[in-house]
Design a protein around this ligand. Structure first.
Ligand code: AMP
Ligand code: MG
Length: 428
């Protein structure tokens, strides 16, 4: 797999997957002065701000030197999003280390949900409200508390509440203890419908729950829409190797994992280690010849048609085997050039959710890449909780996009002409 990239090299699934390598809140809780204490090292908002560091100046200099007004206006929101995603990462890591069968439930659509999905959503919703108390709050998020309110789920709710409180008290920043009702409320504040007006947070508290359960890749994906456009995004990938994945394979003894990617409209994309020790700007692969490219797709064959991607890759002359990993960690890896193409073709009938793409979309776009539907149209995040496209999502650099689009169109046409290969599988 040949690569050209910002900071890293090719990825293989084997390398990248660690397993193979009701009362309302007390309003006072959300008065930020009660909670603004010492911040975790990697999450400071002033002199430690990575955008300021990258631009080589103080926050105000960084803001002044930016060509985009949006950098200025979303600064506080981005810092809050990073704090929230970092705390949620700690929660997920804690759960993943010793997950028990009782920590996992099955949702109405048969997909798994864990105490970490619920805990992450509660925590992120709380932190955003506490950090940005003056803003009206709208959150479009994957989970809701319906199943947790059933009597049979009481032990699960107790575990989630305990978990959230443990993470809050270990944070050194937020000294509060939530009741079970407050946790349910925090989860349910994610019921917004989003839409084209105003600002809406968009959250997948654990994207790739199946990967999380396998001990593989997953992501905490948080973005903010402003007037229907993605304005900023954060992707925390606790199991993603920090450095070039090829070198991680070569030196597996030295494979530090845990990255957080962030991007704000007009400001580029940044990758930091979860422990805050490194930060660097990232860029998508600059590969121009498809033969040198490698491509990402879902680990789960039920989530994306592997036969279709293989036909597209063949048409392009891609030689490398697919790199299959879970979650928006694919967008993160794309953003730093680990691979040059990401293909996602859900089976007929599946409706894409905005939380599965918003954060990844802005991270890749700000890293210089393009994300579109299979016809080359921009993704539209302004239509509510769904993306409402029926063909698929593709992502690559600007040079490769025309070739990729052509190969995608040709392969889709062929697939349509051979109806026996079209097997509708899932419809949720
Ligand atoms: P990935 O790990 O990239 O395959 O995507 C994970 C996300 O796919 C999950 O968070 C789900 O929201 C979403 N998903 C669930 N079921 C399906 C499906 N049948 N087809 C496509 N995506 C799905
Ligand atoms: Mg998801």
């Amino acid at each position: 797999m040949g690569m050209a990239s910002g900071i890293s090299r090719p990825v293989t699934a084997a390398c990248i997957n660690p397993s193979s390598c009701r009362p309302r809140y007390h309003r006072l809780f959300f008065r930020s002065f009660l909670f603004r204490r010492r911040l975790p090292r990697s999450l400071g908002t002033s002199s430690e701000d990575p955008f300021a560091q990258r631009l080589g100046g103080s926050p105000s200099e960084a803001m002044a030197s930016s060509s985009s007004r949006s950098t200025v206006s979303y600064r506080e929101e981005l810092a809050a999003a990073k704090k929230a995603a970092l705390l949620a990462s700690h929660l997920c890591q804690k759960v993943q280390k010793s997950i028990m069968p009782s920590d996992v439930q099955s949702k109405a659509d048969k997909s798994p949900v864990t105490v970490a999905d619920y805990g992450s959503q509660a925590l992120i919703s709380l932190v955003l409200k506490m950090e940005l108390p003056s803003l009206s709050f709208s959150l479009v998020a994957e989970e809701d508390s319906v199943d947790l309110q059933k009597d049979v789920a009481h032990e699960t709710l107790k575990s989630i509440t305990k978990l959230v409180n443990e993470i809050l008290s270990a944070s050194d920043t937020y000294k509060l203890s939530l009741s079970e009702e407050e946790v349910l409320d925090a989860i349910d504040s994610g019921k917004s419908e989003g839409g084209p007006h105003g600002r809406h947070w968009v959250l997948d508290p654990i994207d790739g729950t199946k990967g999380f359960l396998r001990g593989d890749q997953y992501a905490i994906a948080l973005a903010m829409l402003d007037e229907g456009k993605v304005a900023l995004g954060v992707l925390a990938c606790p199991n993603l190797p920090l450095f070039s994945v090829r070198s991680t394979c070569d030196q597996s003894f030295n494979s530090e994992i845990g990255c957080i990617f962030s991007a704000c409209l007009g400001s580029g994309a940044l990758m930091e280690s979860l422990n805050g020790s490194t930060a660097s700007k990232v860029h998508v692969s600059t590969i121009e010849a498809p033969a040198d490219a490698s491509f990402f797709e879902s680990f789960e064959a039920a989530h994306s048609m592997h036969d279709l991607s293989s036909s597209i890759a063949e048409k392009l002359g891609v030689r490398a085997p697919p790199v299959r990993i879970d979650s928006q960690a694919k967008y993160a890896a794309m953003a730093r050039g680990d691979g040059a193409i990401y293909l996602r073709f859900p089976h007929k009938g599946y409706r894409e959710k905005i939380w599965d793409h918003a954060a990844g979309f802005i991270v890749v776009s700000e890293a210089g890449g393009l994300v579109s539907d299979a016809a080359g149209n921009e993704l539209d995040f302004s239509r509510g909780r769904h993306l409402d496209l029926d063909t698929g999502i593709i992502c690559t650099n600007k040079k490769l996009m025309p070739l990729l689009l052509k190969a995608v169109q040709d392969s889709l046409k062929e697939k349509l002409q051979s109806p026996s290969t079209l097997k509708p599988k899932l419809n949720h």
